[in-house]
Write a protein that binds this ligand. Structure first.
Ligand SMILES: Nc1ncnc2c1ncn2[C@@H]1O[C@H](COP(=O)(O)OP(=O)(O)OP(=O)(O)O)[C@@H](O)[C@H]1O
Length: 408
């Protein structure tokens, strides 16, 4: 059965400027003025260049699993901050000042999870294990405990990146940061608990989850677009998430989306000083990676736009970006979807869990059209996230109007 709900959506929260951060980019920033100026393609011109995308589309090697990419960032500064064995650093949200009254202590978290008992475990990722923690005052949080790895550098770098990013962002559609604790060799991050699982779980109808109807999928896509727009345009300096994917989108009980996992986030290039990209080693997840970033190591906000395009295709089709169990022609979902779209058979890519109705078909066509713009092989041809948000907003409006008309 498809889950339906009343449409009480009031739009994304107004992006608010945040305090500027003092940390700097460690990788080189270079200028590339020869690159074409980004232009937002009109929807009418999409068909003419879509076949080009198809040809140039990134095909990740089948053997590549998620997050097997190294980053040059060292965790030394994280280690340096740790004073001595047995010491604890506790930080609250926002300014993360050590002098503020600490809200979290290691022992409090240790007690609340009964020594990190599996019964409190809610997830496992590349960074470590996630626990649901209810403190004595009744408040509930998600606690991310970093793996104690032989190669601690990656965890240290991810931990530091996540803290630095989370501490400076506030948006309804981003997971809220509450603080962190470093205790001996433990690194713990405390963030908002988001109760309803990941978008991927819902697309899979995991553990009896109901099918997300098209209206909810459009709301989720719009929430995510707002969150990324905020990161790109309303934080100072701007932030590139670098790991937009369905398992990093958490859903609330009201099916509002929150973007999580800032372990790979980086500061965007300082365009005011003429920089057009940050040069950095590639990080991200196979299937969502911008092919231009993959080949040039040049990172810009448009890499998030590309991943968002992959996410949109995933939301519409229900398929994962790479489906190894399928035949060769259907293995890379965006390739398959683009081919169907260009051959005039768009309807066949709609998630079979959704009914084919005039409103669903319209939404499919329009969102797919935009997704393919996001998936342009060259970043200069991709729309900005702000443009994506605006287009999605319009599609949702048309969808609802059509739904109301056809259900009369
Ligand atoms: N704030 C949260 N609230 C509720 N559940 C969460 C929260 N954060 C993470 N989870 C759960 O824990 C799982 C692992 O999350 P985590 O962010 O650690 O993944 P990750 O390390 O980024 O994984 P990957 O390396 O595959 O990207 C998620 O899939 C989700 O089910």
């Amino acid at each position: 059965m498809t889950r339906r709900r009343s449409h009480s959506y009031t739009g994304g929260s107004s992006p608010a400027p945040t305090a500027s951060s003092s940390y700097s980019i460690t990788s080189s920033i270079t200028t590339d003025r020869s690159f074409p100026t980004p232009t937002d393609k009109s929807t009418s011109s999409v068909a003419s260049w879509i076949s080009g995308i198809f040809i140039n589309c990134f095909t990740p090697p089948d053997s590549v699993s998620s997050k097997d990419f190294n980053d040059s960032k060292s965790s030394s500064s994280e280690h340096n901050r740790r004073s001595s064995t047995g010491s604890t650093q506790r930080h609250n949200n926002g300014n993360a000042s050590e002098t503020e009254h600490p809200r979290f202590t290691f022992h409090e978290i240790y007690d609340a999870t009964k020594n990190f008992s599996p019964s409190f475990r809610i997830g496992q990722g590349g960074f470590g294990t996630v626990y649901k923690v209810k403190l004595r005052d009744g408040t509930t949080f998600a606690v991310k405990r970093a793996k104690k790895s032989m190669h601690d550098d990656r965890q240290g770098a991810e931990f530091k990146s996540e803290i630095q990013t989370l501490a400076q962002v506030t948006h309804l559609s981003l997971v809220k940061y509450y603080g962190y604790v470093v205790h001996d060799d433990e690194k713990i991050l405390i963030v908002e608990y988001v109760a309803n699982g990941t978008l991927r779980d819902h697309l899979d109808c995991k553990e009896g989850k109901e099918v997300l109807d098209m209206a909810t999928r459009l709301d989720i896509a719009t929430d995510v677009a707002h969150a990324i727009t905020y990161l790109h345009m309303y934080t100072q300096p701007p932030i590139i998430h670098r790991d937009i994917k369905s398992s990093n989108i958490l859903l609330t009980e009201n099916f509002r989306a929150k973007v999580a996992d800032f372990g790979f986030a980086r500061l965007a290039p300082d365009t005011e000083s003429g920089a057009t990209h940050v040069s950095t080693q590639v990080k991200g997840t196979a299937g969502y990676l911008d092919p231009e970033y993959l080949t040039t190591y040049q990172l810009t906000e448009k890499s998030d736009v590309y991943s968002f395009g992959v996410l949109l295709v995933e939301i519409l089709t229900g398929r994962r970006p790479i489906e190894l169990s399928r035949g060769q022609k259907e293995r890379i979902t965006i390739r398959w979807a683009i081919k169907k779209f260009t051959s005039g058979d768009t309807i066949s890519v709609l998630d079979p869990k959704l009914e084919q109705s005039p409103a669903n078909n319209l939404a499919l066509e329009k969102v797919l059209e935009m997704a393919f713009q996001c998936l342009a092989p060259h970043r200069g041809s991709r729309p900005s996230m702000k443009k994506c948000s605006e287009i999605l907003w319009g599609i949702r409006k048309d969808y609802r109007e059509l739904l109301n008309t056809t259900s009369l």
